[in-house]
Design a protein around this ligand. Structure first.
Ligand SMILES: Cc1cc2nc3c(=O)[nH]c(=O)nc-3n(C[C@H](O)[C@H](O)[C@H](O)COP(=O)(O)O)c2cc1C
Ligand SMILES: CCCCC(=O)C(=O)O
Length: 277
């Protein structure tokens, strides 16, 4: 922004505009985009616009306390930083900087399995409470090793993401030939770099590595390798919420993955109404 327009951003939309100016198109599109027709991406916003507030008046609001706890860990507000991949594509300090922001605001941060800073770097960067998001690779030993590393570095829970048997078809990434950088967590274990001239390299990496056979029976396997509480991330129906209770996990995260996976699923806030009913 220049000239008379120069001001600090005051809302998320304005930050997004600045990010668009600052980032290479390939990375901005990766962060901002949804899958296929981006129908659900629009719905995620529009569904909130249908919900209005019913304010009650003449209530003493001189002291406001929004704090609560998640799995027994205190948070200043019922807000958690969702796991998002590859923060160094947006800022050189990557997830370590996000972690410091979480600590400053006293909220919990979930670190993505696909982070650009390592599990250890993030854990030692500050005193925030961390959860660890898990993807299951065909090479189960690698996923199991990441769980161990999270556990021994003081992460408090595992978020198992279940909506990504394959990566959503993200048309911007296909056009931009989105590159998957080498991720430090996996150095010496698996190459996250794909040298392919066709389409999204990230999608090619995911289809080579992610295990599409993951199913309910594997929850028992995950439980057998960790003592940490498990949250299943990516539930969109009442039926699956009930199943999650039946297999005995500590919690669920109702989510459509920011509309980046299956398109034409309900907005997350609508799915929440179904699951909670
Ligand atoms: C750029 C980006 C990267 C993401 N990477 C991951 C990831 O690595 N693992 C994951 O489980 N979810 C990932 N997500 C999904 C988010 O965790 C979250 O589900 C999404 O932003 C929508 O928020 P909601 O689930 O609260 O509706 C990513 C989302 C975005 C926008
Ligand atoms: C293969 C990277 C997956 C990261 C992710 O979950 C996302 O971009 O939504």
């Amino acid at each position: 922004m220049g000239g008379d327009d120069e001001h600090e951003p005051v809302n998320v939309k304005e930050y997004e505009e600045l990010a668009k100016q600052a980032l290479p198109k390939m990375y901005f599109d990766y962060f901002a985009g949804g899958s296929e027709d981006q129908h659900t991406l629009r719905q995620n916003v529009e569904a909130f616009q249908r919900i209005t507030l019913r304010p009650r008046i003449l209530v003493d609001v001189s002291k406001i306390d929004m704090s609560t706890s998640i799995l027994g860990y205190k948070t200043s507000a019922p807000i958690m930083i969702a796991p998002t991949a590859m923060h160094k594509l947006a800022h050189p300090q990557g997830e370590v900087l996000t972690a410091k922001a979480a600590a400053a605001c006293n909220v919990i941060m979930a670190l993505s399995f696909m982070s650009t800073c390592t599990i250890e770097e993030v854990a030692s960067s500050c005193n925030a409470v961390f959860f660890f998001q898990l993807y299951i690779y065909k090479r189960r030993d690698i996923s199991a090793l990441m769980v161990k590393r999270a556990e021994s570095n003081g992460y408090k829970a595992i978020l198992l993401t279940v909506d990504t048997p394959k990566l959503g078809r993200r048309e911007a990434d296909i056009k931009n030939k989105m590159i998957a950088p080498q991720l430090k967590n996996f150095e010496g274990l698996v190459s996250t770099k794909v040298d392919d001239d066709e389409g999204s390299n990230l999608e090619a990496f995911a289809s080579r590595s992610f295990d599409p056979s993951l199913s309910w029976k594997d929850i028992a396997w995950l439980k057998s390798i960790t003592k940490l509480p498990i949250l299943i991330k990516g539930i969109l129906t009442r039926e699956d919420a009930i199943k999650a209770v039946e297999v005995g996990v500590e919690g669920i995260i109702v989510s459509n993955h920011g509309a980046r996976q299956l398109d034409y699923v309900p907005a997350t806030i609508e799915a929440l109404e179904e699951v909670h009913a």
